[in-house]
Design a protein around this ligand. Sequence first.
Ligand code: HEM
Ligand SMILES: [Ca+2]
Length: 549
Amino acid sequence: MKFWNDVPKVNRQFPSLQFRAADGSTNYLSNIGIGAANTPYSRTVQTNYFPIKSELPDASELFDDLLKRPSGGEGFEPNISGINSLLFAFGSVITHDVFRTKPGDPGINQTTSYLDLSCLYGATEEEQKKQRTYSNGLIKPDTFSDARLQFQVPAVIFLLITFSRNHNFIAKNLLSPEVNEKQENYRFTHVSGLKSPRLSASRTDELVFQTARNINVACFAMVVFNEYLRSILNIDVGGTYTVRPDLQTPRDASYGNSVSLEFGYIYRWHSAISAQDEKWLDGIPLAKYLTLRKQFLEDLNLIESGESSAADLEVAKAKHGRDMMQLLPEFGITKEDFARGPVCIGYHRDAETHKFKDEDMLSILTSSVSWAAGKMGPRKVPAALKDVEVEGIEGARTAGLCTLNEFRKHFKLKQYKSYAEMLTGPQSPVPDPSVIAALEKHYGKDGIDKVEFYPGILLEAIEADGISLPYAAGRAILSDAVNLIKNDRFLIYGLNPHNLTHWGFEYFQKTGDERSDGPVLKKIILNCFPSFNKPELAQILKDPFHIPK
Ligand code: HEM
Ligand SMILES: [Ca+2]
């Protein structure tokens, strides 16, 4: 038995497969498709609740009565933990990295179930190609792949673009003489006459691109561990306690990861949107855009299912293009902006450099640090997101998700016996009678066991600790984070100097830089905006997801 156990029975490390596939496949070789883009979501909780769908509450009325934040700034209350809008902008980058529900088919995830910056690099080979320059491992400046994000608040886009700049910063460093020649023995280039590998220019590009991508994803993961998860758990961001799974023993698991439908709902944190971001949302014609997009995607589904022809595809694309062009002026976006890739509302790329202005990016990122995130709970979702939420509620029904009590049972939490119990918590010792009345209207007088997982998960009483999430969400989110990270072989085994180079191994870590005191996001921003690398900026970014005291 002793000898038998020495060799892992499912081999998890494969030195020649040190780069991620564009679509996330081959992360776990015993099941190469697990977590790949365009595969089914998994289900976490089994349900015994199969209601007649037509008898369920009307989703639009549910939103108006239970989810909608009173408008005009009245409904906003700050989150007591002092967290800011930037935390949720980063949260949005994370959630869109792992959830991209197929319109019209909520069981399918169109992106990779791994934290791999798929919103930046693309979630398929085809999408990735569009991001690359195919020269020296660089990607196209200041652009990103996932067009869903272009109608999000600018902080989300500027965070993603910071990681785009970080990629090119890394790629340039890998090819510098200090790294490529001195430290890595011409790992990336061929120099005739020297003992260096015979690499073509395209092989150099591929090696630098993929290595830079791995280092960039390591940086992203490090912000998740060092700043994001610590802020969520309310652990001192400057402290030494680590939540890095690759430093814990045993470094095991890696079954590959397939995110679940339920977690895609748990992470819909629209109720935390800041008052400033809510105001911004009210100023854009989001509903018009979503209607256009829905029509287009329905057309695409008909084509995919064989009900329409390839010629119809061209017609649908041309029509969508025309419709979008008409809408652009309302968003303040020019045709030139749009032609250069996904846009950022209110901001323009320079015609020559194709880059956003450093000042614009930093102004948004630093303002978001000082904007309070919202308190969660009933009636906290900005009205502008009504269509998104109605679609969400209906999608959860189509997918046959469980009830709130079934979800709680799975996570070994007590099952509620009444609406009052569900709404009572440290921050709401006396539940709001009008919320109870609305629940009775929709789910019946004693309908607690019928409250659907979604929107139920948004309505529960919120916790007093961490970032004051609703109870079940706060409990479950950690299970998801652990699986997401511990089942990714690149994060568990791949963060080493052999895969990432010695320079890269130092760069992604909190203490590997000359600014050893700081969080990783601060380091990245200071590196990517060198002319703004000043003590004032460093101070603002020291604890980037909390409002400065
Ligand atoms: C003002 C900011 C935001 C806007 C305008 C927005 C908008 C949207 C829209 C339009 C959708 C429908 C799916 C799609 O993207 O096409 C969506 C879904 C979603 N949102 Fe947001 N959102 C915002 C902030 C956030 C934040 C802060 C989070 C979490 C930290 C979040 C998490 C999600 C998740 C998990 C989904 C489901 C994604 C999927 O399954 O495809 N969103 N949001
Ligand atoms: Ca991903």
